[in-house]
Design a protein around this ligand. Structure first.
Ligand code: C5P
Length: 407
């Protein structure tokens, strides 16, 4: 699966560094060539001798090692790989990357590279949850850095929670996805996902119950087929998948601005549950209960992102897909919505109470296109995402129709 691919593996200094040995073995089993780089701290946890023996090549450690620099300079090294993997990625390495520091070989390679970078973080649960690490993660995601894990579970330090290195097979799979030569390679797809929060005042907002599960699964499936995905998400419960460019927003207006800024795109999938209304004049100060009477919460309509992206013009993605959550006459209402919003496809679903779809893990959809309606059997949201991603790849490959066309 990774035959002929060259991976530069940066091993950070954490207790999970020993798992990098297994990772090297599995990457090589999958056909990859692995050039290992160790930070000074990593060498305290595993020996360069074992790493080098498993990789079948010399380990790179120091920036100012003249003999190594003479063989292959750090700039060249950072560009020769197909992918850079950092496992374990420590809080310190993440902070250095977010700040653009380059004070040792590992951080210099990370700053000098023009290749995709996949991080497998591993650290104590409180370090992972610290606002500084959260901030750094957001910065790195915004830079297009890919993430796999961390997992949740018991940790070497005796605590429990998120911070464990992702399982080695999951890291290998993420490497495969990051290098995917899938049918969507070279395509840019934007996905909106999650709810939006519309402020009433600095502490209150209007929201909805969308978990963001379907949107995250779609983004993941598209990335798995090799697409470059811009994932624009409101404050969702479900975390964004690895391998996509994440743009976090709060309001519908921000989501629209982010979607327009992400253009051009080959396709757009609007899976977000955008609030239909916002408070016309959100208060700059917390509204006081005793200020006399009830607050004036005049609502105004939010922009319709799906309709805006579907508007014919040079920037219109070739394929624009929307969702329609209906409780009755699903196909009929969804077909009308498709025409009203001028989008190409609508995935309609019945969210009446009793279907268990809203907030559940399964979905039963009908795909509405210009050609008619296609009922999909009830399946997991992940399977819906995979089927949609495959269908989208097929449509873009056959290249038929743009706005209102035969796609
Ligand atoms: O009109 P309705 O909200 O039922 O349409 C649902 C579809 O439109 C979804 O694809 C949703 O992401 C999109 N939408 C949008 N912006 C809005 C409202 C809905 O993109 N303001």
């Amino acid at each position: 699966m990774l035959a002929g691919r060259h991976i530069l593996l940066i091993i950070g200094g954490g207790i999970a560094a020993y798992k990098a040995l297994d990772l090297i073995r599995r990457l090589r089993d999958a056909g990859a060539e692995v050039t290992p780089v160790m930070t000074r701290a990593a060498a305290e946890f595993v020996t360069p001798l074992s790493v080098g023996a498993l990789a079948g090549r010399e380990v790179i450690t120091e920036l100012f090692d003249l003999s190594q620099e003479a063989k292959m300079g750090h700039i060249e090294l950072s560009r020769a790989a197909d992918l850079i993997v950092v496992a374990p990625a420590t809080a310190n390495l993440m902070a250095k990357m977010a700040a653009g520091l380059a004070d040792d070989m590992a951080s210099t390679l990370l700053l000098a590279t023009d290749k995709r970078v996949l991080l497998a973080p591993a650290m104590n649960v409180r370090m992972w949850g610290h606002p500084a690490t959260r901030r750094n993660r957001e910065v790195l995601e915004g830079d297009g850095i890919l993430f796999v894990g961390p997992d949740e579970g018991p940790m070497a330090c005796g605590e429990f929670g998120p911070g464990r290195l992702a399982e080695v097979p999951a890291i290998v799979a993420a490497v495969g996805a990051a290098l995917a030569d899938g049918p969507l390679k070279g395509r840019h797809v934007l996905v909106t996902s999650g709810p939006t929060h519309e402020p009433i005042d600095p502490v209150r907002y209007i929201a909805n119950r969308s978990s963001g599960a379907q949107g995250a699964a779609i983004a993941d499936a598209l990335a798995g087929l090799g697409a470059e995905v811009t994932f624009i998400t409101g404050p969702a419960e479900v975390p964004p998948p690895g391998g996509v460019k994440v743009v976090r927003v709060e309001t519908a207006a921000q989501m629209l601005a982010a979607a327009e800024a992400a253009l051009p795109a080959d396709a757009a999938i609007c899976a977000a549950a955008v609030a239909d209304w916002r408070v016309a004049e959100a208060s700059g100060q917390k509204m006081k209960k005793e200020a006399g009477g009830l607050p004036d919460l005049r609502l105004v309509e939010n922009p319709d992102i799906l309709a805006r992206l579907s508007t014919p013009g040079p920037q219109r993605p070739r394929l624009v897909v929307g969702f329609a959550a209906e409780t009755e006459r699903v196909a009929e209402h969804a077909a009308a919505k498709r025409q009203r919003k001028v989008c190409d496809w609508i995935l309609a679903n019945d969210v009446s109470p009793g279907t268990g779809i809203m907030g559940g893990t399964e979905n039963a959809v009908t795909l509405i296109t210009a050609e008619g309606a296609e009922d999909w059997p009830r399946m997991s949201k992940r399977q819906v995402a995979q089927r949609l991603a495959m269908k989208l790849a097929e449509a873009l490959a056959t290249g038929s129709g743009a706005s209102g066309g035969s796609i």
